[in-house]
Design a protein. Sequence first.
Length: 65
Amino acid sequence: MRWLIYLGMLVAGALLISQAIALMDLDPLPGDIAYDQGTWHIHIPVLYSLGASGVLALLFWFFRR
């Protein structure tokens, strides 16, 4: 059951970090979500967000021990 909590933290962190990464205007990676229609442009950097969230989760886990 503990892994479910960690998975939830990873996904929530990825969603929060994705907005900060989107402001950095990094090159898109495969797997990123991009939606363009007229004047609307939505880009969600999935891989950058999951990577950053995973690193933060590992750091928190390491310092907690």
